[in-house]
Design a protein around this ligand. Structure first.
Ligand code: HEC
Length: 492
C-alpha cells in the first residue's frame, strides 16, 4: 500500500510543511499518481455524517466541526485514532468474552469494519476531496413528533456546596389520559444538572395533597423524601438519548395524572445560572400491545445481595471503594421479587448507571432453567463506563423475542472502579468537591458517592382494550409491579 508523501508530511506536521505547503496545492491531482481509492465527498463524508456530524458541527457538543472537507482534512489523523480506539462515536456497550448480549443494540452508532477501512484508505491515499457533492444530513437526536413541551413556571438557581434535589409538578393536561410513546428531558443548565427522575402522579389522595401543597411548575426541596408519584416514567442521565418506543409499547398516562420531575443538582460550591429543565412528550391515543415501565435493580449495600470483596474491612460485606484502589470490584446477586400476577415481563432496554469513578459494569441474568427461547444464563448488558456518555441501550429485536425476567431469576451485577488520580474522572470529581486526593467512596446519591445500578425498561402485557374508554383505569395497571418500581429511597 502506498502512502501519499504530501499526506504523510501533513499528518506528521514536519517543519518542512512550509516548503512543500500543506494547503490547497497538496490536493491538486497529480497525473502521475493513480486515482485515490476513497475521496471525501464520494466515500468518507457520508460515513462521517452518519456517525459524527450530529455532535461535530457548528454549535454541536463536539469540540470541533467535522462537516467540511477542510476540517476533516486537518483532523483526519485524530479522527481515525479515536475511531480505532473505540472512543468515538461515544458508545460504551461492549461485547466481551465473558459477557456478550444475545441481541445487538438499536441505533448502535459504531462504525463497521468496512467503514473504518474506507477512512483508513482515504488517509493513506492522501485525503482526496473528490467531486464536490451534497453531504447527507446527519441523523437527528431530537425526539420526532413531539406533542407538547412541559416547562417549570419558576426556574431554580442551584448554589452551595451540597447536592440539591428539587421537585416540580408538571401538568400534561391530558384530560382523558393518553399513551406516552416518547419523552426527551432537556436540562436547562448542563453545568449543574446531575440527573433527572420523572414519575407519574396518578389521580388520588397523594396527587391531591401534593398539587394543593406544591402547585404546578414551582420548585420545592425534596431532598428529604422519596419522589412523590406512583411509578418512574423516565430517568435522564448525562449523554442519554430521548426515550422512544413504538405504538405497540407505551406508558399509560391516566386521566388527570401529573408528572413529577425530580432534578438532582450538583452545585459544587458555585452559584449557577438558573435552570429551567424542559420535558418534551409524545403521546398517542392508540391502544398498545404492551405497557412500558422502568425498573431499577442494584445498589445493594449488604449481604446477602452484596458479596464480600478483598477490600472489605471486616468479614461483613460493604459497598466501599477505598481511596487509591485502582481496580475495585463490587459484586451483587439480586433475586427478582414477585411482580404481582405478572407472568410475562420482558426487558426492552438497559441503562447502566454509576457515578464518576466507575470504569465497567455488567449484568447477567441467571434463570432456573432455559425458558422458551431464553437461555438459562444470559448477559443482559456489558460495557465500559464513562460518566459523560450514559445511554439507554435498546435490544434490537421484536417485542415478542425480548428477554423475559421472572420472580426467582437472579440478576448478577458487577461494577468496577478506579479511585486513583490516574482516572481523569477522579480528578474532576475531587476538583468539584474542593479536595486534593482520593477519598473512600460509599454508596449514595451524591457525586462523590457511587452507584452500581441497572435501570431496565420493562414491557408487560397491556390490559385488553375496553370498548368505551380510551385509557386503562388504575385497577387495570400492575400496581404491585409499579409499587416495586417506586423511586428507591435515598441510600446515603
Ligand atoms: C454524541 C456526540 C458525538 C459523536 C456522535 C461523536 N463525537 Fe467526537 N467528541 C464529542 C465530544 C463531546 C468530544 C469532547 C469530549 C471527549 O473527548 O469525550 C469529542 C471528542 C472527539 C475527538 C477528540 C478531540 C480532542 O480533544 O483531541 C475526536 C478526534 C473526535 N471526537 C472524533 C469523532 C469522530 C471521528 C466521530 C465519528 C466517528 C465522533 N467524534 C462522533 C462528541 C461526539
Amino acid at each position: 500500500m502506498r502512502t501519499s508523501l504530501w499526506g504523510t508530511l501533513c499528518v506528521s506536521g514536519l517543519a518542512t510543511l512550509t516548503l512543500v505547503g500543506c494547503g490547497t496545492d497538496v490536493r491538486e491531482p497529480d497525473p502521475e499518481e493513480p486515482a485515490a481509492r476513497a475521496t471525501w465527498y464520494q466515500d468518507v463524508a457520508p460515513i462521517v455524517s452518519k456517525h459524527c456530524m450530529e455532535c461535530h458541527q457548528e454549535g454541536g457538543i463536539g469540540p470541533f466541526d467535522l462537516t467540511t472537507y477542510d476540517m476533516a482534512y486537518d483532523n483526519a489523523g485524530r479522527m481515525l485514532a479515536k475511531i480505532e480506539s473505540g472512543e468515538m462515536p461515544p458508545f460504551d456497550a461492549r461485547e466481551e468474552a465473558d459477557c456478550t448480549p444475545r441481541f445487538t443494540w438499536k441505533d448502535d452508532p459504531r462504525l463497521s469494519e468496512a467503514e473504518i477501512d474506507t477512512i483508513r484508505t482515504w488517509i493513506e491515499d492522501g485525503r482526496a476531496e473528490g467531486e464536490v457533492a451534497e453531504v447527507p444530513a446527519p441523523p437527528s437526536i431530537e425526539l420526532p413528533n413531539v406533542t407538547q413541551t412541559l416547562k417549570p413556571t419558576v426556574p431554580f438557581t442551584a448554589s452551595g456546596d451540597r447536592d440539591q434535589f428539587i421537585c416540580y409538578v408538571l401538568d400534561p393536561k391530558l384530560v382523558g389520559g393518553a399513551w406516552l410513546t416518547g419523552m426527551q428531558i432537556r436540562p436547562g443548565n448542563n453545568d449543574v444538572v446531575h440527573h433527572v427522575v420523572l414519575t407519574e402522579l396518578m389521580p388520588g389522595a397523594e396527587h391531591d395533597a401534593i398539587v394543593a401543597q406544591r402547585g404546578i411548575g414551582m420548585p420545592w426541596d425534596c431532598s428529604q423524601t422519596t419522589t412523590p408519584g406512583s411509578f418512574v416514567v423516565n430517568i435522564w442521565t448525562p449523554g442519554n438519548q430521548p426515550m422512544q418506543t413504538t405504538q405497540d409499547l407505551a406508558v399509560p398516562i391516566l386521566a388527570g395524572a401529573k408528572l413529577v420531575m425530580n432534578i438532582h443538582y450538583h452545585p459544587a460550591n458555585r452559584v449557577h445560572e438558573p435552570d429551567a429543565t424542559e420535558v418534551d412528550i409524545r403521546t398517542s391515543t392508540s391502544w398498545p400491545r404492551k405497557m412500558y415501565f422502568v425498573g431499577a435493580f442494584g445498589n445493594s449495600f449488604q449481604a446477602p445481595e452484596l458479596l464480600a470483596d478483598p477490600d472489605d474491612r471486616t468479614a461483613i460485606p460493604e459497598f466501599r471503594i477505598p481511596a487509591g484502589a485502582a481496580d475495585h470490584d463490587e459484586h451483587m446477586r439480586i433475586t427478582i421479587p414477585a411482580l404481582g400476577d405478572l407472568q410475562n415481563v420482558q426487558l426492552y432496554s438497559a441503562n447502566p448507571h454509576m457515578h464518576m469513578v466507575g470504569t465497567h459494569i455488567s449484568a447477567t441474568l441467571e434463570r432456573p432453567s432455559a425458558r422458551g427461547s431464553d437461555p438459562k444464563t444470559e448477559c443482559l448488558a456489558n460495557g465500559g463506563w464513562n460518566f459523560d456518555w450514559q445511554r439507554t441501550y435498546i435490544y434490537d429485536t421484536t417485542l415478542d423475542k425480548l428477554p423475559t425476567i421472572q420472580a426467582g431469576d437472579v440478576l448478577d451485577l458487577r461494577c468496577k472502579w478506579n479511585n486513583t488520580m490516574d482516572n481523569p474522572f477522579v480528578q474532576r470529581a475531587l476538583a468539584d468537591a474542593g479536595l486534593g486526593a482520593p477519598v473512600p467512596i460509599n454508596l449514595g446519591e451524591g457525586s462523590l458517592d457511587e452507584m452500581c445500578l441497572e435501570i431496565f425498561g420493562l414491557a408487560v402485557d397491556a390490559p385488553p382494550m375496553p370498548s368505551a374508554r380510551t385509557m386503562p383505569t388504575v385497577d387495570q395497571l400492575p400496581m404491585q409491579l409499579m409499587n416495586a418500581m417506586r423511586v428507591p429511597a435515598r441510600v446515603d
